[in-house]
Design a protein around this ligand. Sequence first.
Ligand code: NAD
Length: 244
Amino acid sequence: MLRVGLLGYSGRMGQQIADILSAGPDVTLSAAQLRNASTQIAAQHGGDAVATAADAAAIFAQSDVVIDFTLPAATTAHVQLAAATGKALMCGTTGWDQTTQSLAREASSHAAIMLAPNTSLSLALTAHLSRIAAGLLRGYDYDIAITDEHHRMKKDAPSGTAKFLAEQVAAGNGKPQPPISSVRAGHIVGEHAVIFAGEGEVIRLHHSVTDRRIFARGAVQAAQWLSRQKPGLYTLNEMLGIGG
Ligand code: NAD
């Protein structure tokens, strides 16, 4: 049974991930971080059986692999804890800066780390298709643009996913990254489109999420996979065998 620790337990994503971990059968929620300790919320996921701790180090100590869905400000310390303990870290938090990314690179010589701005498996496929399409259209007169739509509570814009899609397009056609337009409104879970606009015709690769359980399922699958990897910095696409 794989012991999975959870950072960001009380959040929108944290609660969905805890539901999946509590259902098992191959994984268990070993420790969850509750910053403003509330045993009421933990009772939903096994009550006293779920060790809650405000201290991220305690979460690492009680787990084989740790999932992080918090905020970028917290992620830096979590990456350092992964390096110090050698425990695998599946980080779904978005909005990391260059410092966090370089720390993650350094930490990955001691622990298996995945920075995944989007843990939907079909989004990974959409990114891969975008890369291929950008390469195929390289010599043609097409403008490429990316849109990202999310709920009003989302803190970062553009989304980490939109930036990832832009990187994939640039990797496909060898040109500067395409522009991104972001909308933050209502309760939209996550919409991304890569638009290839030619003269008189448009191709859209549109990915739509209506239920954030999709992200939670992907995150748990990624944590399971990561727990079997040697130290290194991994992407979800590598896990799926469709490129870096
Ligand atoms: P949320 O605001 O609902 O939850 C944030 C959680 O982080 C809460 O439990 C909060 O207590 C905790 N937190 C906040 N500051 C912290 C700190 N300094 N130290 C430790 N914990 C802290 O947010 P959410 O919608 O659950 O999203 C969380 C993150 O995951 C965001 O960065 C979001 O963009 C990202 N996200 C990623 C994916 C994906 O597929 N990878 C999908 C959805 C959201």
